[in-house]
Design a protein around this ligand. Sequence first.
Ligand SMILES: Nc1nc2c(ncn2[C@@H]2O[C@H](COP(=O)(O)OP(=O)(O)OP(=O)(O)O)[C@@H](O)[C@H]2O)c(=O)[nH]1
Length: 325
Amino acid sequence: MTNSKPESISSLPTRVLNLVDCGVIVLDHEGCIVLWNGWLVPRSGRGAARMQGHALIEVFPDLRGSRVEAAIFAALLEGVVTEHVPLSHSRAPFPLREPGSFDGALIDQAVSVTPFDEDGRRFCLVEIRDVSSVAVRERRLLEHAESLRARSYIDGLTGIANRRHFDVALERELRRAQRADSALALLLVDIDSFKAYNDHFGHQQGDSCLTMVAQELAGMLKRPADLAARYGGEEFAAVLPDTTLEQARVLADRIRAHVAGLGLQQAPAAHHPQVTLSIGVAAFDRARLNAPEALIEAADKALYAAKRGGRNRVVADGDAVDAAA
Ligand SMILES: Nc1nc2c(ncn2[C@@H]2O[C@H](COP(=O)(O)OP(=O)(O)OP(=O)(O)O)[C@@H](O)[C@H]2O)c(=O)[nH]1
């Protein structure tokens, strides 16, 4: 009875070491493994008996030149403790996987290195923690932040780009057109008599109409660099890189005809029996229309001329001047 007690106590540290929820490696002053705990066995596929006596760096040659190796040198030679070894390229310095998965993804690891002296000899303790769930949480947070950022560039009602997105895109494309001396066109698109539509069908149906027109407009722009945006209220815009004024006029008229052809019923008080669009077109011109404000103003003047000309029509920058004259 009294004899069995010290024996069970002497096996206690080993049992506990094998139960702790992290990898524990002890190295001697030459960097050879003297202890390899049970946590590491199913994650590395290597038992303690196979590891003891081998130099860590020979078992894991990928550690050569790593910050983990530097922390181990600092511990063994200078007694330096490194609580969280900063990991430069990889969060997985040791080839450890989920228990029992031989070809699964490496688990993300946090590594600490602590020197200690025993019987006048220097050892070092390497602790490895599985931080995969932390890494997953971090990734989710990043994705969430990304999706919030994306949403802040999308109009909540219509699902197309919002005004902020439009401003950024126009500025960027204008700079690109200036640099590359390429074409760039802008459409300002306004739903005709929309006040009458709202008054007759109600605001909610007005919202549905806006969404439908926005989606039709976006669907008509085929090039990846084209951008359809809600400019504000019942007004939309399209940024069209590598598109001349004449090409933009043709596209604008196709959009106008397409929406008129949908046959969406308008209010009796509206100018036309169907939902129609008026569109103003302007294009980048190095001498005159070379800034976002100038381009928008020219497209807006053209749009105004289309309204005055009877609505359900397209007016381009030069035409607008003629119409105003
Ligand atoms: N349902 C809805 N209506 C909106 C929204 N934003 C702006 N409007 C409405 O759009 C209408 C625009 O009216 P006006 O600027 O007078 O122009 P209009 O009636 O379209 O006439 P013209 O542009 O001259 O053809 C207003 O009644 C606004 O309330 C919106 O998000 N939803």
